[in-house]
Design a protein around this ligand. Structure first.
Ligand code: FE2
Length: 243
């Protein structure tokens, strides 16, 4: 049926309002170093219309031994700092878990893992070169425990580049995919950009995230949001704004 609402210009439709992946809590991983730097980055998000940022410090046994309590404490400090600056953007915190022995042990011990949203979304990453041998077992265990695994930046893993079969297999096992915004402008490499574009073509993107670490990333977000493929991704049933 004809509706006057269908003629509304597309550019007025909402973009992504909620970011789910960043490293903004100062000095606990390789992201922002100070509150001031975090604030500078956050203002860029605010200018672009974002209303909520779910920031996700690394938890990686060999490098960043962050804990839920430490992350929550830092998040509260940042929230108070932003209040003093009259910044109204909402900050939440979870983690980006690296698939290592320590994570497997936490799962085995039934420790509570940091998630985001009301669906127990669990953001995780792996090494970039070879498929970790416990990947499928890990996915089985956490989905059985009620978590919804979200693989950070699948387009960046070399072991997923050669064929789409592995990505399809992960999807069939219940893994959601989070694409990095800056992959769309070739920030990491051209093959990674092409992989990101193919994933959008296939509709295999559930979340888009900035994975913002510092101001060199944040100044490029607007450029990435102007790409043809970002606009194409907005036509997918992305979950960002449902959080
Ligand atoms: Fe990250």
């Amino acid at each position: 049926m004809f509706s006057i609402f269908k003629s509304k210009p597309k550019k007025d439709s909402p973009s992504i309002l909620i970011d789910i992946h960043s490293h903004l809590l100062p000095a606990i991983d390789d992201g922002a170093k100070t509150m001031e730097e975090a604030w500078q980055i956050i203002r860029t998000f605010e200018d672009l219309g974002y209303v909520k940022l779910n920031t996700t410090p690394h938890i990686m046994n060999d490098f960043y031994r962050n804990t839920p309590l430490g992350i929550q404490t830092k998040k509260d400090q940042l929230t108070n700092f932003l209040k003093e600056k009259y910044c109204s953007i909402q900050i939440e915190a979870a983690a980006e878990y690296y698939l290592d022995e320590s994570l497997l042990q936490s799962v085995e011990n039934n420790e509570a893992l940091m998630t985001f949203g009301n669906q127990k979304y669990l953001l995780f990453e792996t090494n970039f070169l070879t498929e970790p041998y416990p990947l499928k077992d890990f996915i089985f265990k956490i989905t059985t425990k009620g978590y919804k695994p979200v693989l950070a930046h699948p387009e960046r893993y070399e072991y997923l580049h050669k064929t789409f079969d592995k990505l399809e297999d992960l999807r069939n096992r219940g893994v959601l995919f989070q694409l990095n915004l800056l992959s769309l402008i070739g920030f990491y490499s051209i093959p990674i950009q092409r992989m990101a574009e193919s994933m959008i073509d296939k509709g295999w993107v559930d979340f888009i995230g900035s994975d913002c670490h510092n101001t060199q990333y944040s100044v490029l977000i607007e450029k990435a949001q102007r790409t043809k493929y970002f606009k194409k991704a907005l036509d997918l049933p992305l979950l960002n704004n449902s959080l």
